[in-house]
Design a protein around this ligand. Structure first.
Ligand SMILES: CC(=O)[C@@H](O)[C@H](O)COP(=O)(O)O
Ligand SMILES: NCC(=O)COP(=O)(O)O
Length: 249
């Protein structure tokens, strides 16, 4: 069987900032994590500047723009405040994600189909500024089509439902979620979208997703930062990289 192209690994460093913010000081430093991640072979760094600044801060984004040699994937809600920040920094990629203040994490994908007109106008200046615009959505055909219609270049499919089902032992549901992800990566690719997947991925769940031929990037954070406590960040990334490469063979 032919070997697939190399899959990019974007390391999300949000939860280094979560630990830092638990004490309100400077450590652990997300910028240090980003440096280690890029030295360990991360192909990009992902950071989500939430409206409530619960983890990543404005200063973190500024620092990342200064120090990174790999692309920054800047995750943000579709608000005027975030658009202005993105236009000031012009990161390589901007990923538009849904946000609810009270949620524990990003629970679902963006409702693009319901807000097509507003989102098309929202992303236009980001594209004009040279950012690759990515839309974080559920594996749902209506949303993939809408993301394409509004002019997004990239779609990131939310893998949380698959990972949750797997880790809760609901294997039939996990298989069903995986099948949706598989189908929508093929469909999105057929429309000319660059296909990414992310959220909740772990060593146990990454391989089937990494084997999807049309996927070019996985964004993984919470699990890697957790593993870093036990293994160190570089070895945790190495193991994820190994599993991804193995799945591509
Ligand atoms: C958009 C996404 O899936 C992640 O970047 C996630 O938002 C990380 O931050 P939280 O864990 O605060 O949701
Ligand atoms: N966009 C998903 C992401 O960046 C990482 O999500 P998680 O691995 O922290 O759940």
């Amino acid at each position: 069987m032919a070997k697939l192209g190399k899959l990019r690994l974007g390391v999300n460093i949000d939860h280094v900032a979560t630990v830092r913010n638990a004490r309100g000081g400077d450590t652990p430093d997300p910028l240090r994590a980003a440096r280690i991640a890029q030295e360990a072979g991360a192909d990009g760094i992902t950071a989500h500047l939430r409206e409530d600044r619960r983890h990543i801060s404005d200063a973190d984004i500024e620092g990342l723009m200064e120090i990174l040699n790999v692309p920054l994937n800047f995750e943000m809600a579709a608000t005027d405040e975030m658009q202005a920040i993105a236009l000031r920094h012009k990161p390589h990629a901007v990923c538009i994600v849904p946000e609810k203040r009270e949620e524990r994490t990003t629970e679902g994908g963006l409702e693009v189909a319901r807000e097509e007109n507003r989102l098309a106008h929202f992303i236009a200046p980001l594209r004009e500024a040279g950012c690759r615009v990515s839309i974080f959505i559920a594996a749902d055909m209506r949303q993939v089509e809408a993301a394409h219609r509004i002019g997004a270049q990239v779609v990131e499919l939310h893998s949380g439902a698959y990972c949750d089902a797997y880790h809760e032992g609901r294997y039939d549901a996990a298989d069903a979620e995986l099948a949706k992800l598989r189908e929508m990566t093929t469909f999105g690719h057929s429309l000319g979208l660059e296909m990414h997947v992310g959220h909740g991925l772990t060593y146990d769940t990454v391989s089937p997703v990494a084997a999807f031929p049309e996927v070019v990037e996985l964004n993984i954070g919470h699990f890697l930062i957790g593993e870093a406590i036990f293994l160190g960040l570089a070895p945790a990334i190495d193991e994820m990289r190994r599993l991804m490469d193995e799945a591509r063979t």
